[in-house]
Design a protein around this ligand. Sequence first.
Ligand code: 13P
Ligand code: SF4
Length: 311
Amino acid sequence: IPQSVDLKAEIKKLCKEKNAVILGHFYQSDEIQEIADFIGDSLALAQWAAKTDADIIVMCGVYFMGETAKILCPDKKVLIPDLNTGCSLADSCPAEEFTKFVNAHPGHTVVSYVNTSAAVKAVTDVVVTSTNAKQIVESLPKDEKIIFGPDRNLGNYINSIAGRNMLLWNGACHVHEKFSIEKIIELKKQYPEAQILVHPECKGALAKMADKVGSTAGLLKFAMASDKKDFIVATESGILYEMRKQCPEKNFIPAPPEDSTCACNECNFMRLNTLEKLYNTLKYEWPEVQVEKAVAEKAILPIQRMLDISK
Ligand code: 13P
Ligand code: SF4
């Protein structure tokens, strides 16, 4: 692409010509969040995909988010700027092994986090996101036996706040498990009034220190409503873009990872999407997200159930 091309203007033009909509997750780069038609957490992205009348959905997020959109809109073209946008959490739960685990525990209701492949969703009873996990688990009878996968930290957290004893799959996210508790304690000494905002994919010890545990949208909402000025934010640092935009007078400090030599609080998968790739994706309508029909027909049921409960 020649330097002279105004990528943002061209992207907007292509969207209009092709009746395409750009959905972006809060963990995308600032420039993608700036140009997206809609930005949100994983629940909002699914809800938005389900109701759009655009012909093309460009999912600026990771692959499972594209799959969810495709499952909800099988007749639409769903594009993603980079096909390698995996997710370590989704990868920690291979469908074949998870299915064996489910089959080994008959009589359990299977609750899966949205960060899973379509094939895992196909053996799931109800999908959840961080925003609605507590609400959905609490909608199940108290004595229901539940399998929860794949995130062990979110699962433990829901067990503790909802008084459940769900059987957990042992998966985790490589970004959220890497925050340094010691460095956060140091920051708190420096900013004693700061509130600590923690995503539930972080380790339990960090969640215990939090003023708020929540999804990206939940943390944003909390910060907007708070009368405090300083916040230490323990989730992917992309969320700071919207936090600073919504609350320009407040001070958002990204929680430091254990390894200070890397940008480990950035999700390397999310950050594969770039403005240049987004432009090419819209121009050539490629790469496209595809979900096998037989898998999609099963996976839509637990996704739809989630959307119905979360209305
Ligand atoms: P949210 O649903 O909170 O946006 O989380 C998505 C995700 O991938 C967290 O790592
Ligand atoms: Fe997956 Fe973690 Fe990246 Fe979220 S931050 S998309 S859970 S790897």
